[in-house]
Design a protein around this ligand. Sequence first.
Ligand code: 6PG
Length: 489
Amino acid sequence: MDKLADIGVIGLAVMGENLILNMESKGFRVACHNRTVDKVDAFLAGRGQGKNLIGCRTLEELVASLERPRRIMFMVRAGAAVDQLIDALEPMLEPGDILVDGGNSSYLDTTRRCTDLAAKGLLYVGAGVSGGEEGALLGPSIMPGGNAQAWPALKPIFQAIAAKVADGTPCCDWVGPDGSGHFVKMVHNGIEYGDMQLICEAYHLLSQGLGMSADQIQPIFAAWNTRELDSYLIEITADILGHVDPESGTPTVDLILDTAGQKGTGKWTSQVGLDLGVAIPQIAEAVFARFLSAIKDERVAAGPYLSGPGKAASQGSDGDMSAVVDQLEKAVYAAKICSYAQGFQLLRAASMEYGWNLNFGEIALLWREGCIIRARFLGTIKEAYDADPDLANLVLAPYFREVLAGAQAAWRTVLKTAVDLGVPAPVMAASLCYYDGYRCERLPANLLQAQRDYFGAHTYERVDKPRGEFFHTNWTGTGGETASSTYNV
Ligand code: 6PG
């Protein structure tokens, strides 16, 4: 028989195919399978032709064609399809064999699968893979977590195919146990939602607020991409704004319907923020902004009934554009810092909750290249966490503290402009509220506690008594002295 394969990949959609070609280009022999078998034939006759691949028409063939311990990665839709695949493979495998889920699975599913399969001697790994089609082919960011015994066997392949930072370090390393790899990927996606919406808000302010055209805005993003905001998402935004529809000669972006889709990872991130009690308002607002965009018909119908500030508030083209653009760049950077700070706070909470011992500097490095949120400033985030792994919040790192202080006036002015022009900027606004809330020594929660105690005898703590002692006031004189039980969710 021919030489056995180093790894098997199941799922020949674009990400699966590109990962296979990436692995093959690094010298690995890859066995490939897809449930719809025609796709295997088509791949081997097409992009996979003449390559060091083994096409497998059944799961049995795939399992038989692999070196031991077997390494099988699947790139299939998250959810039931993953469980079905595991159930089908399991009877054919032996203790020590490795299964890797490279899709966007829920981290809770991955934790469950790790535990169930460990009891059967199988090593399960949930590996977040980011970078889209091109990343999968040329070097994605890979975030593997799960059964650590699998890592030595996966490391040579995954680190070979991953994106590299300038000094050659791969954007792939072991994240931690259970579903931690998928958790990190989920937070990556939540941050991705925040970044994208923030960019869209800047574009909205420039286009609808200040009346600039796509080709006037394009060089602004291109220039931002040469400075602190240097990142993949800013870069592609400049590209998109410069794209012209060949048929109509109109900027393509102007022809696209303004209703956003979503596959759910931003929603999951927001839900986990709620579950773990971590304030991640920018990510949540980015999800809500997509929801609001999706009700296009309702918005169109509502528009004529709901008045805005009107033309008088608009600066139009005679305002001082360059000053606004400079302020906007600072505001976007400040908001981006707060957004990442929130993402890392969520990682920190999960690390504590699940005992994962996550290394935040390393996670920043995993995201430095290859993935959708890759950005120059992730190098600075890594430095901040390397300098102080126990950093309470990214906004407190000396460099970021300074940037935020320096950007503050511009940040506030930009938001005032957006408010005056009636241009919604929910993520930008949430960033400043987060910053102002986080630095506020005394929030109005004293009044909130009083309200809770007034109507429900929920009790409160006092500034003049030790923490942990709870008090109830008979606010009206008609309520009783009996307090409700005290607990927090
Ligand atoms: C990546 C992306 C990817 C995600 C898409 C679509 O890291 O390569 O995050 O995993 O699935 O960006 O996400 P939405 O459809 O939810 O926008």
